[in-house]
Design a protein around this ligand. Structure first.
Ligand SMILES: NC(=O)c1ccc[n+]([C@@H]2O[C@H](COP(=O)([O-])OP(=O)(O)OC[C@H]3O[C@@H](n4cnc5c(N)ncnc54)[C@H](OP(=O)(O)O)[C@@H]3O)[C@@H](O)[C@H]2O)c1
Length: 270
C-alpha cells in the first residue's frame, strides 16, 4: 500500500500540500494526515478524493511517533482500533514534515517551556519521524522538510525558532546527500512569511518587522513550488524573489553586517 504522510496537515501549508497532492499525485492508496486537532483534520480529509486516515495526535510525544511507526509496519491497532491494522507494511512514497511553530520575543523573557517546545516539535519530532519512516521508503520516495528563510541567519527576537530551522536545513541537506544513492530525495522548504495561522501563535509574544509583511506569500504558492522542486530532486525550495535575494545576501555579506541592518530597521519601525 502506497501512502503519503503529512504532519501539520490540519491547516496552513500542510493542508495545502494535502489538497495539491490529492489533485495531482497518482498511484497513492491512502493519505495519512497528522495534527492535534481531530475536527480540522476531519475537514481536510473530507475535502480529499483519496482514501484518508487521520491521526489526531501530539507528535512531540514519542509514544505517538512510535504508534505511527507501528501503523506503517501494519501491526498497530491504535487508539481507535482502526489505524494500520492491515498486517502488511506500507510504502511511504512521500513524507512531509510540516508541523511546526515559532514564538517571537526576547529569549530571556520567554517561558523555558516555550523554547523547548519549539525544539521538541521543529527538531526532535521531525528528526525522529524521518528516522522511523525511511525504512518504509523505496527508490523514488520523497521527503519534504519545512524549514524557513529564518534558517539563513540568526534572528534576534526569534532566536530559538530560527535556530530550529537552521537545524532542519542543515540536517536535511546532509540527509539528502546520504540518501541519494538509495534514490530517496530530500527537499528543504525555506519560505519567508506565509499567510497562515502561524502568526497567531508567533506574534502572541512579539512583532514581525513590518517590511517582512510586504514579502508575504500564500500557502498554495509555497506548496506548489515545493512539490515542483521535490520532483526535480532539488535540495532546497525558496519561494519568491525577495527570499532568493535574502539567501544570496546571507551568503555574500557577513552575518554581523546584516544583523546590524536589521536592528536599524527595527529601531526605525520598518
Ligand atoms: N507561516 C509562515 O510564515 C512560515 C514561514 C516559514 C516556515 N513556516 C513553517 O511551515 C510549517 C507550517 O506552518 P504554517 O505556516 O502552515 O502554520 P500553521 O497553519 O499554524 O500550521 C501548523 C501545523 O502544525 C500542527 N501542529 C502544531 N503543533 C503540533 C503538535 N505538537 N503535534 C502535531 N501537529 C502539530 C498544527 O495543527 P494542530 O494545532 O491541530 O496540532 C498545524 O496543522 C511550520 O513548520 C512553520 O515553521 C511557516
Amino acid at each position: 500500500m502506497n501512502i503519503i504522510m503529512i504532519t501539520g496537515a490540519s491547516s496552513g501549508i500542510g493542508m495545502e500540500f494535502a489538497l495539491q497532492l490529492d489533485e495531482h499525485f497518482g498511484n497513492i492508496d491512502e493519505f495519512w494526515l497528522i495534527a492535534r486537532s481531530r475536527d480540522k483534520l476531519g475537514t481536510v480529509a473530507g475535502a480529499l478524493k483519496h482514501k484518508t486516515r487521520i491521526f489526531p495526535m501530539d507528535i512531540t510525544d514519542p509514544k505517538n511517533r512510535a504508534a505511527l511507526e507501528d501503523a506503517a509496519a501494519g501491526n498497530y491497532e491504535g487508539h481507535s482500533g482502526r489505524i494500520g491494522a492491515s498486517g502488511r507494511p506500507v510504502t511511504v512514497r512521500m513524507l512531509i514534515n510540516c508541523a511546526g511553530y515559532g514564538m517571537m520575543g526576547r529569549f530571556e523573557q520567554q517561558e523555558g517551556e516555550t523554547a523547548l517546545g519549539m525544539i521538541r516539535l521543529n527538531c526532535e519530532a521531525l528528526t525522529d519521524l524521518t528516522h522511523r519512516m525511511i525504512p518504509y521508503m523505496r527508490r523514488g520516495s520523497r521527503i519534504i522538510q519545512m524549514a524557513s528563510s529564518a534558517a539563513f541567519l540568526p534572528q534576534p527576537d526569534f532566536a530559538v525558532y530560527a535556530a530550529t530551522k537552521s537545524y532542519v536545513l542543515s540536517f536535511s541537506r546532509a540527509l539528502g546527500e546520504e540518501l541519494k544513492d538509495a534514490g530517496i530525495y530530500v527537499t528543504s522548504v525555506c519560505p519567508g512569511p506565509v499567510d497562515t495561522p502561524f502568526f497567531d501563535i508567533a506574534e502572541s509574544t512579539g512583532t514581525t518587522l513590518s517590511v517582512k509583511k510586504y514579502t508575504m506569500v500564500n500557502a498554495d504558492r509555497v506548496a506548489k513550488l515545493a512539490l515542483k522542486d521535490s520532483y526535480k530532486k532539488r535540495p532546497m525550495s525558496v519561494c519568491s524573489l525577495p527570499m532568493k535575494a535574502f539567501l544570496a545576501l546571507s551568503k555574500a555579506l557577513p552575518h554581523s553586517v546584516i544583523l546590524k541592518i536589521m536592528e536599524q530597521m527595527k529601531q526605525k519601525g520598518w
